[in-house]
Design a protein around this ligand. Structure first.
Ligand SMILES: C[S@@+](CC[C@H](N)C(=O)[O-])C[C@H]1O[C@@H](n2cnc3c(N)ncnc32)[C@H](O)[C@@H]1O
Length: 358
């Protein structure tokens, strides 16, 4: 590995937690800084295939080891989860020591994928469904590309509030751009997800990986995923296909209810595509939105999806590390609709989106 690659991988640990999230999850923030200085951790990340070289995979592997009963990690992570006494620096130092002592513990995770299913992103999806409804989209088929466990396929059904009401099913998202869109959500008539490795919420190993991908300190996030997992069987049926975005998109589209427009969406997914797949998928989505009654929504960090050709934003992100909301309407061009926290904690829609359509 040359020095510039090493420096890049160190930065993937160093900047894994956004500035605002350091306050929310200080122990994970401290761990990201500690692992940025670990040659061992950087070598582990280098052993991952390029498109999955996100330090979150190493964080998830460590968390999974803790959930499996590792003698040092389990009590440490349990303490963090319970809000016990371990300080962020002590947590980071002790996890760092485990990684340095036996990096082979993480070997089984290096060919996995980060599969965080962040349900709070549904708040951002719902905001878009509301604006589209105000523009005349009353019914829609959803196709969620890179769906993980498919938990964002219920985006229209969940309550969104700007402050936490304590209900684990409530999505908490602050609107930084004035009142939350007041129109109802477009009615979802079919829900299809696709993923090369769909996580099955009735399978204990899959459920553990889903939880391992979350941040142990963020109790609310964990409770929300658990609540959605337990409610999912009572909600409208989803269909989930196994396959990549380019391989099974057409099959997923064929499951949509005929005569109803389809919204193809992806949230923090194309960032994990190889460059060629990103370009091919972007080209296919442009063709589909140009020729069929298909909408395309994505929430991605623009620097990670250059081959999708993200549009110029009208405004800079209000906070560092934000994800861009990009919407393409049928016959239209990909358009920046604003920004969102990567876990949906806040949304900032562009004023032009909230006003009447030009
Ligand atoms: C970080 S997770 C995001 C999951 C979900 N979209 C969310 O926001 O909660 C990324 C997901 O993309 C999936 N993925 C990775 N490569 C993919 C590909 N080539 N095509 C489709 N999905 C892919 C992974 O399996 C994983 O479940």
């Amino acid at each position: 590995m040359d020095e510039s690659t090493r420096a890049d991988l160190a930065n993937r640990f160093r900047y894994a937690i956004s500035p605002e999230d350091h306050a929310r999850v200080p122990a994970y923030g401290a761990l990201s800084l500690a692992l940025a200085n670990s040659k061992v951790a950087i070598d582990l990340l280098y052993a991952v295939r390029p498109e999955q070289r996100n330090s979150m995979l190493i964080f998830a592997g460590l968390h999974d080891l803790a959930l499996l009963g590792h003698e040092d990690l389990t009590p440490l992570y349990d303490d963090l989860r319970r809000g016990g006494g371990v300080s962020p620096d002590e947590f980071a130092a002790r996890v760092f020591a485990v990684v340095e002592a036996d990096p082979s513990l993480l070997t089984p995770y290096l060919d996995r994928a980060t599969q965080t299913n962040e349900v709070n992103r549904s708040a951002t999806i719902q905001a878009v469904l509301r604006v589209l409804c105000a523009r005349g989209l009353r019914e829609v088929n959803l196709v969620d590309v890179g769906t993980s466990a498919g938990l964002n396929l219920f985006a229209d059904l969940l309550q969104v509030r700007s402050t936490d009401d304590g209900d684990p099913l409530t999505l908490v998202s602050e609107s930084l751009s004035g009142p939350w869109p007041s129109a109802p959500s477009a009615r979802v008539v079919s829900r299809v997800g696709l993923d090369p490795n769909p996580l099955d919420i009735s399978n204990a190993d899959d459920l553990r990986w889903l939880r391992a991908c979350l941040w142990p300190e963020d109790v609310r996030r964990r409770e929300r995923v658990d609540a959605v997992v337990s409610h999912a069987p009572n909600w409208p049926q989803r269909q989930i296909l196994a396959g990549t975005a380019t391989a099974v998109l057409d099959e997923a589209l064929a499951l949509a209810e005929p005569g109803v427009p389809t919204l193809v969406l992806h949230t923090w997914v194309a960032a994990y595509f190889e460059p060629a797949e990103q370009a091919a998928f972007g080209k296919r989505m442009r063709e589909l939105t140009a020729t069929r009654d298909i909408y395309w929504l994505y929430l991605e960090w623009p620097r990670a999806v250059p081959h999708l050709g993200p549009p110029e934003a009208h405004e800079p992100p209000p906070r560092a590390g934000a994800s861009q909301i990009v919407v393409t309407e049928p016959g239209g061009e990909p358009t920046s609709w604003g920004w969102s926290h990567s876990h949906g904690h806040w949304v900032s829609l562009d004023p032009s989106v909230l006003g009447p359509k030009a």
